[in-house]
Write a protein that binds this ligand. Structure first.
Ligand code: ADP
Ligand code: MG
Length: 680
């Protein structure tokens, strides 16, 4: 039988219902799914070394003949040791196997094999323990290794894949049209699938890999094109008359040059007949909210409504309060819409919106819920955009006819990546902090010095200032190491102990929204002096009177996250401090935390994070809202990404045959389903 990519894997011999169920856990149901399950790495057996040359304690491959087997040694119940002596032209070595009677029996005297494993013993008496064994005349000496999962070994997967490839039609349809493969020098799909799994040599594996990365990034680009609102269309929200004087005059401070430039750029965009698509990028505390405020005022002057979406209720609440103070005196009518409001409150607000009685609605993702109608919506602002998925942002824009969009972020991302995520967008960078800001002083200390740190904190509270202590956990949980501080217990301990004469509050994500709101209000008004919290305060929270940020178990957080947390202080004119507490002895961890001591620059922190943790983690799914990729890596495959994006544009402009068109559409649909699943 000839297989197609859509054939169910149960047609492969060796895949019965049981194994099929295991595969299903990996989301593998068809031959396509199976063949797109790529090897994690390869074992290179192409250049075996001589036994006498093989370095001790390194992993290597040796091609050797079996010359002797000793009789098994029964050490104790459940442990039998087998020794086999093998030799090549340079010398001999002993191989030890544990409880592997079947393996040892299957080794034939005087026959050659490839042994792959870690060399041990000494220079004169080499040994190997339980190596992998391969026949010496392998068709491909490049062996794929698959990520292991319960019940499915790398060998089983390799066996099923190799069978699938043998049965697969050589002329299977390729979703990449021939002209594109030619132009970008990409191999055919069949060659790619065969050589990613069973490469003849290293080069073939590379050729296959490049093609598959290209394909994945191309499909991703095309699918994002299709979910994004079309930026080339016309908008019905041209802001013809903008005069920011009333707004500027009542600001309590002078805008920085960088803020002014960003606002000018935004106003220019708003006057155009094509929708704005702009990213405001700037480190924590640089004042991005002012740009959003100015933009919403400009829309208001032209009779239009704006909406701003924030990732947490705390942040939405805070924006609502501070923006109301700023904008209500100018005649703007603001409302807040959050998921936790009562049905009646929500209904009320929705009604006011639909009656045109609202100029600026601020909220969480409740804003994109189906039944909120935003007919006159001219400007869509997304704060801390990296917390949202692509589809979520787009959904808000779809509530009206090609509105302007403004996204704000403190996470620096490379331009190509930004293009991928937002489409063809413009970027305004705010590279200047408001004046009189002193850089936050950051120290890493061990918990031995905690008492001193408490004193330091108290000194500041005594002077009327405020502080935060952040813990990694909400409340004591079973199975967590007891040295991990948790917010609830910890707050209790402090309030009864060292901080008994201070007003201590506690805040965490599991609290009822109304309670969170009450606590945040109390902290903002100074009623609470010390706020013990989890990372719910990570983004956006702005209380300038808070000057100390103490973080327990700092090693548990990523650097960018610590930088965001640190951004909660240093927002006023007072000198602020960030104290990272960690007893972790690992030199790498210590070095990582020291980066924060050395720099206050978010870009540098992110750079270090990217290098140290690798792109997968740094640009985790939550950070950009893109689906998990199977083979491409968005930060190291930048060159291919650029080509794929160019190819996406070319495809959109080219005329394809019906069948080419269909194949492409199916591939895009598969990715979109995937994106959809991850965002719901
Ligand atoms: P972020 O860019 O992190 O969102 P915010 O918009 O929250 O920063 O601003 C941080 C703080 O700085 C706020 O308290 C805000 O009122 C204040 N601020 C913003 N712009 C200026 C300015 N030009 N001069 C002084 N303070 C400013
Ligand atoms: Mg902000």
């Amino acid at each position: 039988m000839e297989l197609t990519l859509d054939t169910n894997i149960q047609y492969l011999s060796g895949v019965g219902p049981k194994r099929a169920a295991l595969y299903k856990k990996l989301d593998i149901q068809t031959v396509r799914d199976l063949l797109y399950y790529f090897p994690r790495s390869y074992i290179d057996l192409t250049q075996p070394c001589y036994i006498s040359d093989a370095p001790v304690w390194e992993i290597c491959a040796v091609r050797a003949r079996v010359i002797a087997k000793s009789s098994p040694q029964y050490i104790r119940k459940g442990l039998t040791i087998f020794k086999v002596k093998v030799a090549d032209d340079s010398g001999s070595m002993i191989i030890t196997f544990f409880n592997a009677k079947y393996t040892v029996d299957s080794l034939k005297y005087d026959e050659e094999y490839l042994f792959y494993g870690k060399m041990s013993g000494s220079l004169l008496k080499k040994e190997m323990h339980a190596p992998s064994i391969y026949p010496a005349n392998l068709p491909s000496a490049f062996i794929s290794v698959y990520p292991l999962t319960q019940g499915l070994s790398s060998k089983m997967i390799a066996g099923n894949i190799s069978q699938a490839i043998q049965l697969l039609d050589e002329n299977l349809p390729d979703p990449l049209p021939a002209f594109l493969r030619k132009k970008y020098q990409l191999c055919h799909l069949h060659f790619a699938l065969k050589n990613i799994h069973l490469p003849a040599d290293k080069e073939s594996a590379e050729i296959a890999r490049r093609r598959l990365i290209f394909e994945e990034l191309l499909m991703l680009s095309l699918s994002l094109h299709s979910v994004r609102s079309d930026t080339f269309s016309q908008t019905s929200f041209v802001c013809r008359n903008i005069d920011l004087q009333p707004f500027l005059q009542q600001l309590p401070f002078q805008l920085t040059g960088a803020q002014q430039r960003a606002i000018e750029q935004v106003c220019k965009d708003l006057k155009k007949s094509t929708p704005m698509n702009r990213l405001i990028q700037g480190d924590v505390g640089c004042g991005k909210t002012m740009v959003a405020a100015a933009a919403s005022f400009a829309a208001f002057q032209n009779g239009f409504m704006s909406a701003m979406m924030a990732p947490t209720e705390i942040l939405a609440q805070q924006h609502f309060q501070s923006l109301s103070r700023l904008l209500s005196p100018l005649g703007m009518r603001l409302v807040l819409l959050c998921g936790s409001m009562t049905a009646k409150e929500k209904r009320d607000i929705k009604e006011r919106i639909s009656l045109g009685m609202v100029d600026f609605v601020i909220g969480t993702h409740a804003l994109i819920s189906e039944d909120v109608d935003l007919p006159n919506l001219a400007l869509v602002i997304t704060d801390e955009q990296h917390r949202f998925g692509v589809a979520q942002r787009t959904k808000l824009s779809e509530k009206s006819d090609h509105p302007h969009t403004l996204v704000m972020s403190a996470t620096p991302i490379p331009r190509t990546l930004a293009l991928m995520i937002y489409g063809d967008l413009d970027v305004s960078s705010i590279d200047e902090l408001p004046p009189n800001r002193q850089p936050v002083k950051t120290y890493v200390i061990s918990s031995k010095l905690k008492q001193r740190a408490y004193h330091f904190l108290k000194d500041h509270l005594d002077r009327g200032l405020q502080g935060y202590i952040v813990c990694p956990l909400v409340e004591a949980m079973e199975n967590t190491p007891s040295n991990l501080q948790n917010a609830e217990e910890y707050a209790d301990l402090l309030a009864r102990g060292p901080f008994s004469s201070y007003r201590v509050g506690v805040l965490h994500g599991k609290m009822r929204p109304k309670d969170k709101e009450r606590i945040m209000d109390a902290f903002a008004s100074g009623e609470i002096q010390l706020l013990v919290s989890t990372t719910v305060i990570e983004v956006g929270v702005d209380v300038p009177n808070a000057v100390i940020m103490m973080i327990e178990n700092a090693e548990r957080f990523g650097l960018s996250q610590l930088h965001q947390l640190r951004g909660r202080v240093g927002r006023g004119v007072q000198q602020s401090y960030c104290i990272l507490i960690s007893d972790n002895k690992n030199p790498e961890t210590k070095e990582r935390l020291q980066v924060l001591h050395r720099t206050n620059d978010g870009f540098k922190v992110a750079e270090y994070d990217l290098k140290a943790r690798g792109p997968g983690d740094f640009l985790g799914k939550r950070q950009h809202g893109l689906p998990q990729l199977k083979i491409a890596d968005l930060s190291s495959n930048m060159d291919i990404l650029m080509q794929a994006q160019q190819a996406a544009c070319e495809l959109n402009e080219s005329t394809l045959s019906q069948s080419e068109q269909e194949l492409l559409q199916q591939s895009i649909k598969r990715i979109l389903n995937h994106v959809g699943e991850q965002l719901n």
